[in-house]
Design a binder for this molecule. Sequence first.
Ligand code: SF4
Length: 356
Amino acid sequence: MPNSLASQETVSFEETLDLMRTKLTGIVPDVEIEIKAELAHKINQLKAEKNAVILGHNYMEPALFNSVPDYVGDSLELSRVSAETDADIIVFCGVQFMAETAKILNPNKTVLIPAQKAGCSLAEGISAQDVRDLKEVYPGVPVVTYINTYADVKAESDYCCTSGNAGNVVRHLLEEGHKHILFLPDEFLARNTAKEVGVDYIEPVLDAGVQTLSDTPAIIGWKARCEVHELFNVDDINNVRKQFPEASVIAHPECSPEVVEVSDYAGSTKQLIDYVQRVDAKQYLVLTECSMGDNIAAENPDKDMLRLCSFRCPYMNLITMEDTLAALEGIQYEVHLDADLIERARTPIDRMLSIR
Ligand code: SF4
């Protein structure tokens, strides 16, 4: 989704401040808006001088999210934008695996990530060797890896997916005649996707030799979890429902199947935003990384968002406006990947992007 403020090259500091106040008053303290508006103005000027584009994930903090990205969205939307940009430099305000995906799609462009150590518990939860081992235990079973993985894991995969298209990718493989699919690395997304498409879920086995699978269609998962989404639990939802009985509870599918089960709707960050805009409810409780609730509130001042979440992703939190400015000033930190790795990791991403 294009961001109206950042896409205007000639916005003065005063206009930047006014626009940020319009969006952020009540969400960010005014003194912080003033400080961040100065940074935003400098970043947007530098971005135009260097023909750079800034992509901002939905989990960026509200001041950054609402001022400097040219495009904001979830992993799938930003992958599509990065595949089509004609900017010379891509600054990815998101975590490492996202910047790697942009580099894989744009091998000849300079891709920068503002914080070098912005990891992800899902991406850290599986290695390329794990995938090779699984392929030996389940020979011939296609491998779908979540976009939240590093390039070497993608390179071992047949398809990538995001939380927005996981069901479509799995259905595509089932329609091609595959009965079993290795779906890595997020256990909860795998379980939720199995339920969505109506197939069984099988726990992975690594130490018992080649596995014989029955004819029943199934997803074989892995054991990694998002350290943020696994914190949501059914008791907390029930407590909120007692206090706000008319609230609509919407969850990201990286939450446990039990949490998704008692929610009113589950979807990717884009699908959650669309739900809030589409569906009239008295209040909304969004069960995902907590900056996104603030960003939805900024975009939809007429909607009553219950801002009760305190689960901030420690990796997304490393991406600041100060570091975004430093990234553009010093052209740091550049993502480097071997050409061979880029080629191998690109195939599953292209296959994903071809599935709507
Ligand atoms: S919110 Fe979870 S999945 Fe997203 S970057 Fe943070 S740890 Fe990874």
